[in-house]
Design a protein around this ligand. Sequence first.
Ligand SMILES: Cc1cc2nc3c(=O)[nH]c(=O)nc-3n(C[C@H](O)[C@H](O)[C@H](O)COP(=O)(O)O)c2cc1C
Length: 215
Amino acid sequence: MVSKRGLGAGLIKDFEKIDNILNKVFSESDINISIKIRLGNENKEEIFNVLPIIDKYPIKNITIHPRIGKQKYKGEIDLESFKNCIENTNHKIIYNGNIFSVKNFKELAERFPTINTWMIGRGIFANPFLPEMIKDNKTDYPENKLEIFKKFHDTLFNDYQQALSGPSHIIIKMYSLWEYFIFLFPNSKKGLKKIKKAKNIEAFQNAVNIILNNE
Ligand SMILES: Cc1cc2nc3c(=O)[nH]c(=O)nc-3n(C[C@H](O)[C@H](O)[C@H](O)COP(=O)(O)O)c2cc1C
């Protein structure tokens, strides 16, 4: 894991290093920098050593995922610590973590009225229509949900075919997305197993078609 080597979430405890990196970047270039950070790697206090350092620099914004590195993507998000972060920085904060539904979003937006930018990760793959639903404050899917999804899926699939070499790499990559996409197709869990077992592109496409035609 990169965090064990002091990279990724592992960098957070070395706040002098973060200071040195930012000092060098801002003294030698004028590029826009934004930062994505967790509360810590080992514990949720680590970020409070880093925020005053970041405050010294003209960062564009800070995205905070209120978990610690050790949690990976599991366990509770810590909204109380996120609130403390907002109160301990002068920078614009973007919220990131566990937005899987319009309801999740609304609860967070109500709790953090000063936040006006939100980052969604896994929620987009579990429901690619979620940003539109949030923007339009609705929970129903568009009538041509399948058509739109298929276009999105096929674009990803075609681009991965260009970027990756060999069917197994492509299928593994697509399977990692399908682990989230399948939430859109709750009646087709068996189809996911077929995707996992697919040994070639034809078998992959057949499995996808079974899922889509089952809708
Ligand atoms: C499979 C996977 C790969 C990820 N890769 C990265 C990455 O390369 N860089 C990064 O900053 N965050 C990465 N993340 C973290 C996400 O950007 C995000 O912080 C995290 O998933 C929490 O947000 P969510 O609950 O909306 O998914 C990854 C997350 C997942 C699940």
